[in-house]
Design a protein around this ligand. Structure first.
Ligand code: GRF
Length: 206
């Protein structure tokens, strides 16, 4: 499935998606990388792997709508069917999400629904949690509120700093995200199925 990866920075998750695609018979093919930040160092991975990449600087547009319309042009031009957000630091509008319903996934470095948003590891340490992890979900128009697809947990150790915890979680992100993208691209997992299962689970437990 033709896939675009959207980034804003370092791009280590983009690198893991590209590496998995190379090493496996993946059901996704990364054919486009977009960044809203001109300086995103992760763009180097697109370049190295000869994947077409473009910067769509959100600051250059007068509105979110205009910014998203500019991205949409690239997405259509490259026949994109699936979008993976990999450290993409802009909230997408509900009209963009509606258009791409069930075809945008994101990764977050906590066990959602706990600790959405920024400064995740700091919040986990402050809350004295014994466990953290990462989550992949179908994006909706909220902040990290979409339907969960997969999670991996890691222990929080007594001497952990934000950096050591982030590193442990990131290692798992690099395994979980490609695997999940592959499952979504193969249609083994769909938003509709997850929604139906969620409803029937509710039904049976009530
Ligand atoms: C990751 O921790 C991801 O979970 C979060 O942003 C970070 C991006 O890191 N959404 P990278 O740019 O992929 O290295």
């Amino acid at each position: 499935m033709n896939t675009a990866v959207l980034i804003s920075g370092r791009g280590s998750n983009l690198a893991s998606l590209l590496a998995y695609e190379k090493a496996n018979k993946a059901n996704y093919r990364i054919v486009l990388v977009l960044s809203n930040e001109p300086e995103a160092s992760g763009l180097a991975y697109a370049k190295e792997n000869k994947v077409p990449y473009y910067v769509v600087p959100h600051r250059d547009y007068q509105s979110k709508q205009a910014f998203e319309a500019a991205m949409q042009v690239y997405l259509e031009k490259h026949n994109i069917e699936l979008i993976a957000l990999a450290g993409f630091m802009r909230l997408l509008s509900s009209s963009f999400i509606t258009r791409w319903q069930g075809r945008v996934i994101n990764i977050h470095p906590s066990l959602l629904p706990d600790f959405p948003g920024l400064n995740t590891h700091k919040k986990v340490l402050q809350a004295k949690k014994k466990e953290s992890g990462c989550s992949v979900f179908f994006v909706d128009s909220g902040i990290d509120t979409g339907l969960l697809i997969n999670q991996t947990s890691v222990p929080v150790l007594v001497n952990d700093t934000e950096e050591t915890l982030a590193k442990r979680v990131l290692q798992e992100e690099h395994i979980l995200f490609p695997k999940t993208l592959d499952q979504v691209a193969s249609k083994q997992i769909t938003l509709e199925n997850l929604q139906t299962n969620k409803q029937s689970n509710k039904f049976t437990t009530n």
